[in-house]
Write a new protein. Structure first.
Length: 389
């Protein structure tokens, strides 16, 4: 990393079509009444599939390696779900460091409606839904006691996660829910488990060239928020906001175009085929359907004793690059030692300090004693170890 990148350039696709004034007014009235709302408590981890499904984030949200979790492979075909496979599926999570794992599966919603079946969910801190075909998750668990137990897990502060089909099932409208093939966007299953309301979630977005498919749903259901997740990428939803994690991009279909470069949000005409992209570290307000920008944030004032804890020299892990955090005139500044550049940073919380007038931030790791060990830079996920106070 040779310099701080202050710009995130979105890839934009646009085509317009004309609508009558009356239709536009009706659409805007719909938008005013319908909100996308996340869980009041707990977290959702929604991942677009791929070979790096963010197990470490799941473990952290669940409370650590010894927290009991339930893993649900139901979206896979019955031919796949052999005893041998289920042993291997559990081992996959053991290999990631989890120690208390229950594999839970049924094809029968009557079984999912029994107290015996839901018992492991009642004691779990996290649930993971597998990839496969999302309609299989719906067939087994929608509107059952298991479904209610998933919601209760969130209410008590747990995490529900899933990759690929396990991502789409978390929305309210079930994209690609047709039993015949997964290329049908609006099929014979249209209801998801609804941990997020008024939303449709797609996955494997750019890897499978699916970025335009969401418009097939939104043309018929314009009140929905569309979210498209590429592989090895996800969102962590807490309350009515989410943050992007992972290696690629998340596409947002909310009737606007966001340009970080221009620091502007543009309202799109009805029928537009335009979306915008978010990357790791970007945040979004689901209820307002709006990317969270620097001007939306509320910052805190650090006391001098608190501010002094950030002071010191930090070195990029596995590299020789160093930066110094300085307290000057009651403000905190990051000084790039190799080129002399200096950036004011201001705190949104005691762990997160933003480079002023940007969406880039430093996430500090503070130990139980209140001392700072390192920070992670949001732009590229790089870790900088504190080497000198």
């Amino acid at each position: 990393m040779k310099n701080i990148q202050l710009l995130f350039i979105s890839f934009i696709v646009f085509s317009g079509c004309n609508k009558s004034k009356e239709e536009a007014i009706q659409a805007s009235q719909i938008d005013l009444k319908i909100e996308t709302i996340g869980p009041k408590n707990g977290s959702l981890l929604i991942i677009g599939g791929g070979s790096d499904p963010l197990y470490a984030e799941f473990m952290k949200l669940a409370g650590g390696p010894d927290s009991p979790i339930v893993v649900i492979p139901t979206a896979l075909s019955s031919d796949t779900l052999t005893e041998e496979f289920l042993v291997g599926y559990k081992k996959q999570f053991l290999n990631e460091g989890f120690t208390k794992i229950t594999v839970l599966h049924t094809r029968n919603p009557e079984v999912a409606n029994t107290q015996e079946f839901i018992e492991p969910i009642l004691n779990a801190k996290g649930v993971w839904f597998s990839g496969g075909r999302q309609w299989r998750h719906a067939d087994s668990y929608l509107n059952t006691k298991a479904h209610e137990a998933f919601k209760n897990l969130l209410d008590r502060g747990g995490v529900i996660a899933g990759s690929s089909a396990g991502a789409t099932i978390q929305g309210s409208y079930l994209a690609r829910g047709d039993t015949k093939k997964n290329t049908i966007m609006m099929g014979d299953h249209e209801e998801g488990l609804g941990f997020l309301s008024n939303v449709s979630i797609d996955q494997h977005l750019f890897t499978r060239n699916r970025q335009f498919d969401m418009f097939e749903i939104l043309d018929s259901r314009p009140e929905l928020l569309g979210i498209g997740l590429d592989e090895n990428t996800g969102i962590i939803v807490q309350g009515d906001e989410f943050i992007v994690v992972g290696k690629s991009y998340v596409a947002i279909y909310d009737g606007t175009r966001w340009s970080q470069e221009r620091d502007t949000i543009y309202q799109l005409p009805e029928g537009s085929r335009e979306y915008y992209l978010l990357k790791a570290g970007n945040e979004y307000n689901l209820r307002k359907r709006k990317v969270i920008t620097f001007d939306d944030r509320e910052f805190i004032q650090l006391q001098e004793v608190q501010a002094q804890k950030y002071s010191g020299v930090y070195q990029l892990v596995d590299n020789s690059l160093r930066v110094e955090i300085l307290i000057e005139n009651d403000s905190v500044n990051m000084h790039q030692i190799w080129n002399g550049s200096k950036y004011p940073i201001i705190p949104e919380s005691v762990t997160r300090l933003f480079i002023i007038d940007s969406e880039l931030y430093l996430e500090f790791d503070i130990n139980e004693s209140g001392d700072i060990n390192s920070f992670t830079f949001s732009d590229d996920g790089s870790i900088w170890q504190k080497i000198k106070n």
